[in-house]
Design a protein around this ligand. Sequence first.
Ligand SMILES: C[S@@+](CC[C@H](N)C(=O)[O-])C[C@H]1O[C@@H](n2cnc3c(N)ncnc32)[C@H](O)[C@@H]1O
Length: 190
Amino acid sequence: MKHRFDPSKKHVLDSPARHQHTRPQELLAWAGITANQSLLDFGCGTGFFTVPAARLLGPGGKVLATDIHPEMLAAVRAAVTTQGLDNVEIFPTPEDDLLLSAPVDWVLLAFVLHEVSQPAQLLALAHKLTAQTGRILVVEWPQEAASHGPPLKVRLSPEQILSLAQPLGLVEVQRQQRPPHYYALVLKKS
Ligand SMILES: C[S@@+](CC[C@H](N)C(=O)[O-])C[C@H]1O[C@@H](n2cnc3c(N)ncnc32)[C@H](O)[C@@H]1O
């Protein structure tokens, strides 16, 4: 059984401390995400990245936000409404990956790859959705002991992610490391 984020602790995802050390809008801009693009935020949680992504993409862009958990979907919906954003579409993650088919410029996998039972399959889906020119932004926990975040044994190293990505024809184009909070990889088709 994979480690799953406990939705009753969802306030932690939106804590002021997390905003301060992760600076989601800056992280998205660092990856190269710009106005008028489309982005799928897979495993969006409470919208920690969804809201800044919607601001960055602007009225000409679009965020698709999806999560497996209804409580998270309610939270992201509330955040988007409070912020008055009308370029976000929120929907439950379909059980069948085939139902996710519209191409996007970006797929964001923020702190979700370590939670899914088939991370290679999720990367393959992201690869399919970003087609020829799109990119994938992976954000994950560093593989080191910390007072917060999931247990060390479930964390994925950048090398583990790259070993899943390479057979799909994905290569790393950018990396940022901010231990103990996160590391980020931008992947694209080779
Ligand atoms: C640690 S939270 C991160 C949320 C958000 N990306 C962030 O960085 O604040 C992981 C999220 O992934 C979602 N999740 C886990 N497995 C999933 C799956 N198979 N499909 C969609 N969402 C999933 C969880 O419900 C949870 O909201």
